[in-house]
Design a protein around this ligand. Structure first.
Ligand code: UT7
Length: 331
């Protein structure tokens, strides 16, 4: 675990979702499931999936474009683009960050991807923050997003009902310049012992794709839901506790967590004694968009007027790896 306290702020936000709405009934065509089961066990009522002809990078680009516009900066002002995803158009070659760099016209920016699954946005944010704190760069565009529907197995009821598509973005700047969204502290962590809990088992460079792998579908995501669930509750609680340690609880404005499962989030916040109104949930509409989930929720909460000036906003996420991260922001 690590922590710093540099004065970096959030100068702009953006998010993008596909127009295509996929409700729970859709899955009953492929697997033995029901709307009732999915709503009860996860809180998801519908999610957004890319339509035919659409690409994950369309979402990354739109989220980035909005954040840039929101910050008031020009494309040429961006020094660095850090993009968190595990489902880029070309599986990392080239990086999605380079696609965005070209499409947005960020001609002065370095660009690279980060793979940290559902904690990806927090990893990318901490990287961007460190570059600014070190004085290397001034304006960093951080994007988190996924096209998970493209690597989810429609015949695996354990996982396909959860995963969805979407992206969110933030422009980071020295706080003395943007004067808003002060990132007070962040924490990141990992535990590779849980690497098999959420995994694309075969079909990558370790075991290149064959007709057999194609047929069994093991090049797509497999998940041990129960194991992840147990880990998730304790980790999310610990992250929120870390973020609020030594803080007056009356300072808390909103917890904006990775939208993993309504039950996990409610159990974790109950343990902290947080009022349910201070927990932001949009999983019912969007499912689990992994690296997109936290920035989408943050920007939606802002548009709904839920980010109160001067209050603390807590971001918390965990995911495949296993990895996790949290941030405490003074809005
Ligand atoms: O972003 C991070 C990645 N993922 C997560 O954080 C996921 C964390 N885990 C979860 O959210 C939950 O474990 C799930 C929603 C995945 C599953 O809910 P659960 O209450 O933990 O169910 P379970 O895995 O214990 O399964 C209970 C039963 C099983 O049937 P049997 O063995 O009792 O006959 C499953 O096969 O529910 C069955 N099941 C389903 N039934 C209907 C699993 N998926 C479905 C489904 N529809 N879609």
């Amino acid at each position: 675990m690590s922590a710093t306290s540099s004065a970096v702020g959030i100068a702009g936000l953006g998010h993008a979702l596909p127009d295509r709405v996929v409700d729970n009934h859709y899955f009953t065509r492929f697997v033995d499931t029901s709307d009732e089961w999915i709503v009860q066990r996860t809180g998801i009522r519908e999610r957004r999936w890319l339509d035919e002809g659409e690409k994950p990078s369309d979402l990354f680009l739109e989220a980035g474009r909005q954040a840039l516009e929101d910050s008031g900066l020009a494309a040429e002002d961006i020094d660095l683009i850090v993009l968190a995803t595990v489902s880029s158009d070309h599986q990392g070659v080239p990086s999605a960050a380079c696609q965005v760099q070209e499409a947005l016209g960020c001609v002065n920016a370095a660009a690279f991807d980060v793979a940290a699954a559902c904690a990806g946005f927090l990893y990318a944010m901490q990287i961007g923050r460190q570059f600014i704190a070190a004085g290397t760069y001034q304006n960093v565009l951080v994007i988190g997003g996924e096209g998970l529907s493209r690597i989810a197995d429609i015949y695996d009821r354990n996982s396909v009902i959860l995963f969805a598509d979407g992206a969110g973005a933030a422009v980071l700047q020295p706080h003395e310049i943007c004067q808003q969204g002060l990132i007070e502290d962040m924490i990141l962590g990992a535990d590779g012992k849980g690497q098999e809990f959420i995994i694309r088992p075969r079909g990558g460079p370790a075991e290149p794709i064959t007709p057999e792998i194609l047929n069994e579908g093991t090049y797509m995501i497999r998940m041990k839901g129960r194991e992840v669930y147990r880990f998730a509750v304790s980790r999310m609680t610990a992250l929120m506790e870390w973020a609020m340690e030594g803080q007056d609880m009356s300072e808390l404005g909103l917890i904006v967590p990775h939208q993993v499962n309504r039950r996990i989030l409610e159990t974790a916040t109950e343990k902290l004694g947080v009022d349910p109104s201070q927990l932001y949930i949009n999983i019912d509409k969007y499912g689990n968009t992994s690296a997109g989930s936290v920035p989408i929720a943050l920007n939606e909460a802002r548009h709904e007027g839920l980010l109160e000036s001067g209050k603390l906003i807590v971001l918390a996420a965990f995911g495949a790896g296993l990895v996790w991260g949290a941030a405490r922001i003074r809005w």
